[in-house]
Design a binder for this molecule. Sequence first.
Ligand code: SF4
Length: 299
Amino acid sequence: MSLISKADAIKLKKQVTGEVSSRGLELAGALFNQFNEFHSKSHSDDPQIEKLLVRQRVYEMDNEGWFDSDGIIMFSPSSAAKCERELCLKAMKVQKDNQILLPFQQRWVRNSSAIHEAVQRDLLYMTKKMEDPPFKVLFNEDGLPMWEKNNAQYKEFEHNGVKFAIAGMMDGQLVYRDGSIIGFEFKTKSNSVAQVGHYKMKDAADYHRLQCVAYSLLFGLDEFIIMYEAVAKDHWFKGEDARIDIRTFYVNVTEQERNDLLDKFARVTKSVQNNELRPCEPDKCVFCEYKSICGCKGV
Ligand code: SF4
C-alpha cells in the first residue's frame, strides 16, 4: 500500500523543486498584501460599483436555472474530492438523507455567504480605487465581473471510453499584473481565528486543490489562488499583535492532476452505467448526504 497519496506526492515534488516558492509565493503574497493594503483604509460607497452589484444580482435572479446535460452524468467542481460511491448515488438520483440545520448552523452558513459577497465587492473596489493593484477583476463582454453565475460553465468530456460533463462557477477570475488570468477561490473558517494560523494551516486543503483541478478542466486555467478568511477575529485590542485572519495559497494544476480527476469521473460514470456502486471511502463520510442508504459497514 502506498504511504503517500498521488496528490501529496505532487505537492511534495513542487515544494522540493521550489516551484511553490517562486511564482507561487509571488502571487499568493501579492494578493495577501493587496487585501491588507485595501483594508488598512476605509472606503466610501462608489455609486458605479454599487449599481454594478445590483445589476449582477438582477442577472442572477433572471438566470436561476442550471445546465441541462441531456442525460449525460454531470459533476461539479466542489464534488471533485468526494467519495466515488457518493458520486454514484448522486448520479443515480438516489434520495438524499434529510438534513436539518440547527439555527446556529443556518447563521453559520449565512455569515459565510455574506463574507463571500463582501470579498467580491472588495475586489471591485480594489480594481477601481487602488493605484495599480497587482490583481484586478476580469469582466465579461457585458461588463459584469467574471464570477458566480456570470462565469458559469458547462463542458462535456470523453475519457476512457465514456462521456460525462463538468459544470460549475468560480468565485472569480482575476488578471495579474503580468496579464495572466488567475482563478480565485474563497473559503471561510468559522470556528476560530487559529484555524487559519500558520500552526494549523500549512497549506490549502487537498479537497480545495482538487476543486481547482476541476475548474482547470472547465475554464482552461492552470493557476489559482485559494484564499481563506477566519470569520472569527482576534480580540479588538490586540492591535498590531492580532493573529492573522486571512491566508492565500497558490495552486498550479498539472496535466497529471487533470488526468487523475478525469479518470475518477470516468470510473464513476462507468459504474453508474453498469448500475454498480464504487467501493466505500469511510474517511469521507462526515458530510455525506447518503449515509442511510450507502450500506457501508461502519458508516
Ligand atoms: S456514507 Fe461514506 S462510504 Fe458511503 S457514500 Fe457516503 S462517503 Fe461514501
